[in-house]
Every structure is written in C-alpha cells, then in structure tokens.
Design a protein around this ligand. Sequence first.
Ligand code: SAM
Length: 241
Amino acid sequence: MKLPTFEDIWQDSLQWQPTQEQLEKWEILYQELLLVNRQINLTRITEPEDFWEKHLWDSLAGVIGLDFINYENSLKVIDIGTGAGFPGLPIGIIFSHWKLTLLDSTQKKIKVINLFLEALKLNNSQTVIGRAEDIGHLPQHRETYDLGLLRAVAEPSVCAEYVLPFLKLGGIGILYRGNWQKEEELNLNNALQQLGGKIILVKPFQTPLTKSVRHFIYVKKITKIADKFPRAVGIPKQHPL
Ligand code: SAM
C-alpha cells in the first residue's frame, strides 16, 4: 500500500504520528485482509485510501487526544462486535501495552481475526466468540474493562446496554457514529439513566480524505449496573431501553 502524504494528514488531523513499526503492521493487516477477502466476503473496504481512512484513521480517531484517558496505563479494552477487527486491531497495534479483547458473535469473523493476530504477532490481544448479552454476564469480563468500543453494531441505546456491563466504575464506552441526531441523544440519555452511565463528550469529526462527518460519543460509567443488564440475547435490539 502506498502512503502518499498520509503521515502529514495524521499530524494535521490528530496531532499524532505513527512510528515506522506501526505503519508496517498496518501494512501487514491490510495485506492479510485483502488475502482473506479473496476467499470470504469480509469487507467492501479494500482500496488503499478507503482502508486507510475508514479502517485505520477512523479507528484511531476515536481514542486519540482525550484528556480523560491515561494513555500510559495498561488499559483493558474490549471491542464489541469487532467484525474483521475494527476499530480494535489498529488500536491494539498502536497501544501495544493495552490489553485488548475482540468480541464478535460470528465464529467465521473471529477465526479470521485469529489469523490476523498471528500475522501481526500481536500478543496483547485475545478473541472471544459470543453475544455481548451473554459474555457481559461472565465474571471474567463483567465490570473489568477501562474502555469499550462499538462501531456499526446497533443503535446507541442498544450499544449502551451492551457496553456498560463490561466497564469498571469510571470506565468509558466509545460509540463510533456517523451523523448524530438530537433524538438519538435523547434516547441514549434515557437508556443511560437506567444503566448508570452519562454522556461526557460528543466529539464531531470530519474524515481527512472524503470529508465525511463522524461523531464519537463518550459515555462514562457512573454507578454500578443492575444484575439484569444486559437483558437476554436479542432483547436489547428488539426492545431498546
Ligand atoms: N465493528 C466492525 C466495523 O466497524 O467494521 C464490524 C461492524 S459489523 C456491521 C457488526 C458486527 O457486530 C458483526 O460482525 C456482528 O456479528 C457483530 N454483532 C452484532 N450484534 C452482536 C452482539 N450482540 N454481540 C456480539 N457481536 C455482535
């Protein structure tokens, strides 16, 4: 993959520069993704610019430059509904001292991520196959994460019900959204009242190449969550809070 002036764009848009080693790992990830995509239809994002902007830049933009994240700490992070490994994998490559869990309900996708992890020699990451509604009740995962990431998984209030059970008190859920409507915020606030969370920041962003509008919604866990959440498999989507 050719990286024309991408480094400059990183610097301009995120005030941050990846190292040579990180760039090389992203290149490996891209090549592996293309390879797998020839056999199974994993993603439509295959052109270098698309991959760079929609997978790398977008994944990173959600976690970079936040004054409420202590980047030096060895944070525990879960990517819920990770699909082919986004936004989790690019983040795991950059923050190699963080502990990353990539969760998806589709076995096929997790198998592919395991191949990526091997190719990347990324030993800070584990994969889990299952539904957020089930895994969020397991003691080894419940209330143990500092950060929870969700991109393109469900509507915001459903994402909140998925992520808050995984978070420690004070942990942050990051919802990757396109447009952000007032109505979505009202629904999310309503769900958060029941789940013990609070929106602490809504950050609008424009992507550097195609100038698409993105929003990152940061939700903090304020109080302990009731044992009944998340509700049984399928219920959060069928009957959002
Ligand atoms: N986050 C990735 C991205 O942005 O490229 C993948 C998005 S894909 C549209 C949604 C993914 O969420 C699918 O891989 C699906 O299997 C997974 N998913 C949906 N509901 C889930 C749930 N309740 N628990 C775990 N994974 C779920």
